[in-house]
Design a protein around this ligand. Sequence first.
Ligand code: GUN
Length: 299
Amino acid sequence: MTGKIIDGKAFAERLKSDTAKQVSILKEKYSITPGLAVIIVGEDPASQVYVRNKNKSTKAAGMNSFEHRLDDNISQNELLDLIEKLNHDPAVHGILCQLPLPKDLDENAIINAISPAKDVDGFHVINSGLLATGGKGMVPCTPLGCIKMLRAELGSLCGKDAVVVGRSNIVGKPMAQLLLDEDCTVTIAHRHTKDLASVVRNADILVVAVGVPELVKGSWIKKGATVIDVGINRIKKKTPAGEKQKYRLTGDVEFKEALKNAAAITPVPGGVGPMTIGVLLQNTVTAACRQHNVAEPKI
Ligand code: GUN
């Protein structure tokens, strides 16, 4: 028996369509058009693709999209000035600064300059503090999307053994927190974990976010586990001399082999990636409603 492939793309489409309905209600009932400002510094090709997709999806949902493309030699103060302007702009309900930033910029200082109410990434220390203490802040998009998929797949997550491989501020740590909030028993593994295979073997729910192609072997997956692969790794394909270099995308989990043991698994591409943008749009609607003190339309 092979596992089910979780269709993240279809999931994201439903989220986006629900968000578009919420936006049209907000426009009709309160004359509110949620607005998302996206800042991108430099020319990193992967970031350019993400930002283009975010812009397209924001507009498709009926929201305002404000794009700020900045040169990679922009100073810390110039970027902080832009954020301050956006913090005070009533048409902007969400602000996202695409990461990574060029090395000369202080990423933490920039993230923490964004108003917590407009921090639709949920990366501000106030929002991570609220997440850690059960408060009502903005929740990081990728982990929240993973939880939505897990709930759709499994219903209650109560009492499950969950393993998160990776401890980044963007995915690993908030993911572990959200799983804990779902009453899972949570283990976080990382590069210094002594025996990763044996930790993974215990997981009813496995979330991997390390950016190492196929680090997690299919044989490590417990029979019947649900696997969420957050990694998106670009691997060079064998290309004949003189031809343009081709790439394939792969996750952090050996997909084909994992399918033999897992009950369900997200593919790469088409799994977690599309969900992140869907949740970003939802977070922007949430932020707009909170800033205008109106209830979020129920769909
Ligand atoms: N770079 C990679 N993922 C993300 C994300 O979710 N938000 C931001 N701002 N930058 C990223």
